[in-house]
Design a protein around this ligand. Structure first.
Ligand code: SF4
Length: 130
């Protein structure tokens, strides 16, 4: 696993402490490549055909919108599992950026967790179905 990279460091995070706390995608030194994600999914589908998949969800190991290849990954994943919806779990800290919004627009649903920044364990997930 790569070190956890996020714009926040929530006390309740299931991934533990944020190792790389950054404020923008350009601060991520080595983002995961789209081709690696797609290759991993392709390998997984060989062993478990997509009939057993309900959703493909991007959560990353931290904040997935920090990777500006996210839109490309979503496009390629959709071509692999065309009949399945694709979603992204995000803390929405970067949705002010046009490029991030464009990447998220490729998905069926975006889970925007309000309250992450306040470290509230009672954050309110809000699903946007696009
Ligand atoms: S925003 Fe999400 S991934 Fe980032 S620290 Fe908070 S709970 Fe963890």
């Amino acid at each position: 696993m790569p070190p956890k990279t996020c714009t926040f460091d929530c006390v309740y995070c299931q991934l533990g402490k944020t190792v790389n706390k950054v404020s923008k995608p350009e601060d991520v030194r080595i983002p995961v490549a789209a081709k690696k994600v797609v290759a991993d999914l392709r390998r997984a589908l060989k062993n478990d055909p997509s009939k057993s998949i309900d959703y493909v969800t991007f959560s990353g190991f931290g904040e997935p919108t920090l990777n500006l290849q996210l839109g490309d990954m979503v496009d390629q994943v959709k071509s692999l599992v065309s009949s399945k919806p694709v979603a992204v779990l995000t803390n929405a800290s970067l949705v002010h950026r046009k490029d991030v919004r464009a990447n998220l627009a490729q998905c069926l649903a975006v889970d925007y967790k309000r309250g992450c920044k306040s470290n509230s364990p009672h954050h309110v997930p809000v699903w946007f179905f696009l």
